[in-house]
Design a protein around this ligand. Structure first.
Ligand code: DGL
Length: 269
């Protein structure tokens, strides 16, 4: 039987940061990345649209790319569509496959680090959905979370605007620091790009929880606990990078994340 693959799905190219971190951690795993660049940003779409786009893309990864597991690197998909995909779509369409998200593993990391008073910056959609607060309550209600919507950050990052970001970020962080949060979750695929500015504002010691650090080892942990799935995923180190729309800007973004040219293919799921 042919080897299956690990799929990594994001609304755009922000998730490549997580894909690269997974590759650095597990170069052997056969992986397919799919960024829905035709419809990015998902954060400004309706719940129905996010569900339809992500179900379509994930269906492609299962049916055309034979993925055993699809990790949705996108926080917005994790908030808007993950539960329905897992509970309604998957049991009918692909009962033996899995879809994983990023919200619960990120919160588990914050809890195991012992930070009782958690801060998070995220897109407006994530904050309004209240997904982080709801999941935290289920995991451990003795923890609290302070959420700050940061809608200007994705457009600034996507438009090469990091030089303008510091005063905006300082303003966004003010209520969280006033609430004396003990750590900061970066609740969006794009935010690891802000690390130098965040360090400048918060200092070297402030705990910043980035999904780039958390997700690769949480994925490894998941694979170890589920050897039946792990065994099906090929370990030949093959990689494919797919997008639903391609521009020169996307190639430059990929180059800046990987520090080398990677071949990006345009697909029409
Ligand atoms: N990937 C999205 C997330 O993590 C950010 C960009 C978007 O809104 O699509 O929320």
């Amino acid at each position: 039987m042919a080897d299956m693959k690990l799929g990594v799905f994001d609304s755009g190219l922000g998730g490549l940061l997580i894909a690269k971190a997974i590759e650095d951690n597990r170069p052997d795993i056969d992986m397919v990345y799919l960024g829905d660049t035709l419809h990015v940003p998902y954060g400004k779409r309706s719940k129905d649209a996010i569900y339809d786009y992500s179900r379509h893309a994930i269906d492609y990864l299962f049916s055309e790319k034979d993925c055993q597991i699809v990790l949705t690197a996108c926080n917005t998909v994790s908030a808007a569509a993950l539960r329905t995909l897992q509970q309604t779509y998957l049991p009918d369409a692909y009962p033996d496959r899995r879809i994983l998200g990023v919200v619960v593993p990120t919160l588990e990391e914050a809890i195991s680090s012992g930070y009782k008073n958690i801060g998070i910056i995220a897109t407006e959609y994530i904050v309004e959905s209240d997904i982080y607060a709801a999941e935290l309550k289920k995991l451990d209600p003795s923890f609290t979370i302070h959420q700050q919507a940061t809608p200007l950050l994705v457009p600034l990052i996507e438009n090469n605007g990091l030089k303008w970001v510091k005063p905006i970020l300082e303003d966004y962080l003010e209520p969280l620091l006033a609430a004396q949060v003990e750590c900061l979750i970066l609740g969006c695929t794009h935010y690891p790009h802000l690390m130098p500015v965040l360090r400048d504002i918060l200092g070297d010691q402030f705990p910043i929880l980035s999904q780039v650090d958390i997700i690769p080892y949480k994925l490894n942990d998941y694979l170890q606990r589920h050897p039946v799935f792990d065994e099906k995923i090929g370990k030949n180190g093959t990689k494919e990078y797919l997008v639903t729309d391609i521009t020169r800007g996307y190639k430059e973004t990929a180059l800046s994340i990987y520090n080398k040219e990677i071949e990006i293919q345009h697909v029409k799921p």
